[in-house]
Design a protein around this ligand. Sequence first.
Ligand SMILES: [Fe+2]
Length: 240
Amino acid sequence: MNSAELVREAWLEATAEYDSIPFFSAIANGNFTANHYAMLLREIYHNTHENPEAFARMTGLLRGDQRKLNKKILRHSWQESGHDQMALDDLARLGYDPGAARDGRALWATEAFTAFTSFQMERRNPLAFLGYVYHLENVATSWGPKLGRCLHSLGIRPEAMSFLMEHSEADITHVKFNEEYFRELVTQEKDLEDVLYGLRGAVRLYSLMLQSVIDAVDQGWPEWRALDGTFRKTAVPTCP
Ligand SMILES: [Fe+2]
């Protein structure tokens, strides 16, 4: 197997339990609400806000022949730009003040998820960042459509699902970009081990972030109360 196939196999193994984690169980069991979706958008904002620049930073840490795909990676990074704003726009269309999400702090789990990958990239191996990106792209294409159907059944308008719809579609292509990065750049055993470490850590920490989204709403954490307090206090646009 080449490195892209090995990463794929590791990702499938690492996410084998994902259907049964509380977040996706809530979707399957009809316990997922519009409140959970709003809190998810808040955390997506905080995570995606860091990604384009982190992606570009990785290219600056690569050396020698590792730089051969930098033009493509930087284009990929550019395609991820502005997605944090999509999450805020979706929140506004749901009837929340996006400033309450933008100006607040991320949940600890979201911060840990985002920080883990930066640490791996900057202090361990820049290629480890690719394991994190691969998880995000795949989770969007694998579980995004299920979440979309759930939100539709809750009566949430498509205009408030722009982030989800964008990633359910665009990330199919981005997964293929990732496979090329692995084939071309991850040719040493040590690099593969570092990528898989980054990937497995991302899978577990992302799950923790999703768990925190559910807990924040169900247990009334301050971050949720601050966002919920703005509900319907702002104008709800009728057009995207
Ligand atoms: Fe993407």
